[in-house]
Design a protein around this ligand. Structure first.
Ligand code: GLU
Length: 319
């Protein structure tokens, strides 16, 4: 019986990227992810997504863990992606053997120039320039002199639909929207997209709670799952924290790093209280712990608009 119950329990994850210090936006998403799993007796996995070498900052991984512990987060297991490269290599080999991936030497600029329509945000459509162009990674590398990326072949008419636990129904014509999308800029497949898919399955993740900037990247991840015969977790994409101008949180909006609040003597409970209030689970100004929030977790109460930090916030928490 114990075993059956354990299997029915959700498994969630916190997946920070050590590209900078942990800030309010990351914490809001992690709070929702943690509460979602723990409020149903579930497990939480900590996964450090440190494969983005040029962008990863020394000390950021340790800093994020320290800040999360200070806020009261806990987890049952932790993993570091840079130590798991053989798994990504194995997955890449499977995709290669199925003829589903190819090396590409196009730069971002090349892909931008090839856009037939204006693109929104980060998502570029790839016209397939390098499809069938090189026999191997080595050949592509020798040709261009820079690190190629692996792309996943998307056949015309490939549509993916998902029912997101928060964002609702979402559908994408992956071929029309993304084309052959990048899997990893690494010979062995150790890059965000492939690693996230492999790890979600390897770690038994049943629900992925993350920022809604990744919603449009989810159909691509689902295609990889299908190609590797991996299960699809439940997805729950939640709104980001933005500045008053509606733009993604950045330094110019003020210092929203958790380390800065710690240095100012602000309590973990007031940070969590503020974030919980923004989700409809606490009164403004409440000081509350994660454990205290467990019985209040309720996705239905959460607003769908991004959380915009206004003047009032900075008056209370400082800039
Ligand atoms: N590491 C990613 C981030 O910090 C999250 C990726 C994911 O949740 O799949 O934005």
């Amino acid at each position: 019986m114990e075993e059956i119950l354990a299997k029915a329990r959700p498994v969630g994850r916190l997946a920070p990227s050590p590209t900078g210090a942990l800030h309010l936006g990351n914490v809001r998403t992690f709070m929702i992810a943690w509460l979602s799993a723990r409020s149903r007796g579930g497990r939480v996995i900590m996964r450090m997504e440190d494969l983005d070498h040029p962008k990863d900052k020394p000390g950021a991984a340790e800093g994020a863990i320290d800040d999360l512990r200070w806020l009261g987060f806990d987890w049952d297991e932790d993993f570091v992606q840079s130590q798991r490269k053989p798994l990504y290599r194995d997955a890449l080999e499977v995709l290669k053997s199925k003829g589903l991936v190819y090396p590409c030497v196009c730069s971002r600029r090349d892909v931008e120039n090839a856009q037939s329509a204006p693109h929104e945000g980060e998502q570029l459509h790839y016209p397939g320039t390098c499809r069938g162009r090189f026999a191997s990674w080595g050949e592509a590398f020798a040709y261009s002199g820079r690190t190629p990326c692996w792309r996943f072949r998307v056949e015309q008419g490939t549509r993916i639909a998902l029912d997101d636990a928060f964002a609702g129904h979402f559908e994408q014509d992956v071929a029309a929207k993304l084309g052959d999308f990048p899997l990893a800029r690494d010979e062995g497949g150790a890059g965000y997209t492939l690693a996230a898919v492999v790890d979600d399955a390897a770690m038994g993740i049943t629900e992925v709670v993350r920022g809604d900037d990744l919603l449009a990247a989810t159909p691509a991840q689902m295609l990889i799952q299908r190609a590797l015969d991996l299960p699809t977790p439940t997805y729950c994409h939640v709104p980001l924290v933005v500045g008053q101008d509606g733009r993604r949180l950045a330094k110019r909006h003020g210092d929203t790093r958790i380390a800065a609040y710690r240095a100012k003597g602000i309590s973990p409970g007031s940070i969590l209280g503020f974030l919980a209030a923004s989700c409809g689970w606490a009164e403004p100004g409440e000081d509350i712990s994660l454990a205290g929030l467990l019985p209040r977790f309720n996705l239905a109460a959460m607003p769908h608009a991004p959380l915009a930090l206004g003047e009032k916030f900075f008056e209370v928490f400082g800039r």
